[in-house]
Design a protein around this ligand. Structure first.
Ligand code: GLV
Length: 335
């Protein structure tokens, strides 16, 4: 399509500031409307900017729903650089003949690294110790100074055993001699369980047995507050909880209360209900490590995510095969 005259080119929107080389890649194929902003595109802004556009490259922050699709009849493809797609109403996209894509695979190992790091920082009280040191409170050695819990040899509970959950399991089992237990909608094939010695448990048993629980499930109506007050009450008081999935999977108010009362020893949270706002009670408790939704944020991985979204968009609008479609039937129905 690069040889088309400029006025014959399809128009696409890049909804957020991205890596310049990714915008240039798109520019070789399309007339690009580049919204070079770090603010999420609100629905009215998005609808206005999408007029006349056949495609959009978005992040996990732009909402694609039936109202937006109704307002943008020329739209044929929406390509997100996130793996989570709770911001995209996929059935509505299909009904409107709009291909939707996400960005799985390229962020798996980076996100697993971060989940493991956050779990370790939580178990070993690294952030608490650092804040205390910076505050000038370190005057002498104490036998139990910031003594946390062990990671090696402990039971790692993984809630959500997709690509990222399995990558975390490998780190725990093979690197740290952890006993891996998991809960998932569907059980892994026996060979995959055996590779990391993973035991499948019901959610209740997983909550009861985990020394370190890591949450990696997609956010859907079924997983809203999957871990709330009743579930937290099942956990060991010595256990930690790490959430790198999505805000809303954990009931943040209930978690803050459990942390305050030390019914759960500590938590590591990269995602929050209503983020970038954080529940004020979470900011008041010391035994929580808080990070601003950065689990996939290594530069090489963020570049790979943006490039995968661009590859999907180019393929979707130039007769190619997008590598990671969410609703391949939408593309087929257009041909
Ligand atoms: C990040 O949260 C993603 O879904 O890619």
């Amino acid at each position: 399509m690069a040889d088309m005259a400029a006025d014959e080119r399809l128009r696409v929107l890049v909804a957020r500031r991205l890596f310049p080389e990714v915008v240039e890649r798109l520019g070789a194929h399309f007339d690009v409307d580049y919204r070079e902003s770090d603010e999420p595109a609100e629905p009215d802004v998005l609808a206005a900017r999408l007029q006349g556009c056949a495609g959009a490259l978005i992040a996990g922050t732009e909402r694609i729903d039936a109202a937006l699709l109704d307002a943008c009849p020329g739209l044929r493809a929406v390509c997100s650089m996130a793996v989570g797609f709770n911001n995209i109403d996929v059935p509505a996209c299909t009904a409107h003949g709009v291909l939707a894509t996400n960005a799985p695979g390229v962020l798996t190992e980076t996100t697993a690294d971060f989940g493991f790091a956050l779990m370790m920082a939580t178990a070993r009280r690294i952030a608490e110790g650092e804040h205390w040191l910076r505050a000038g409170k370190w005057t002498h050695w104490t036998v139990d100074l910031f003594a946390g819990s062990d990671v090696h040899g402990a039971t790692l509970g993984i809630l959500g055993m997709g690509r990222i959950g399995q990558a975390i399991a490998r780190r725990g089992a093979l690197g740290f001699g952890m006993k891996v237990a998991y809960h998932n909608r569907s059980r892994l094939p026996a060979a995959d369980e055996a590779a990391v010695g993973a035991r499948y448990l019901g959610l209740t048993d997983l909550l009861r047995e985990a020394d370190h629980l890591i949450i990696v499930v997609p956010y859907t109506p079924e997983t809203h507050h999957l871990v709330g007050a009743a579930e937290l009450a099942l956990m060991k008081p010595t256990a930690t909880l790490t959430n790198i999935a999505r805000g809303g999977v954990v009931d943040d108010a209930a978690l803050a209360e459990a942390l305050r009362e030390r019914r759960v020893a500590a938590a590591g949270l990269d995602v929050f209900e209503g983020e970038p706002s954080v529940h004020p009670a979470l900011l008041q408790v010391p035994n929580v490590v808080l990070t601003p939704h950065i689990a996939s944020a290594s530069l090489p991985t963020r570049r790979a995510m943006a490039n995968l979204a661009a590859t999907n968009l180019i393929a979707a609008l130039t007769g190619g095969t997008p590598p990671t479609p969410l609703n391949p039937q939408a593309a087929a129905s257009r041909r």
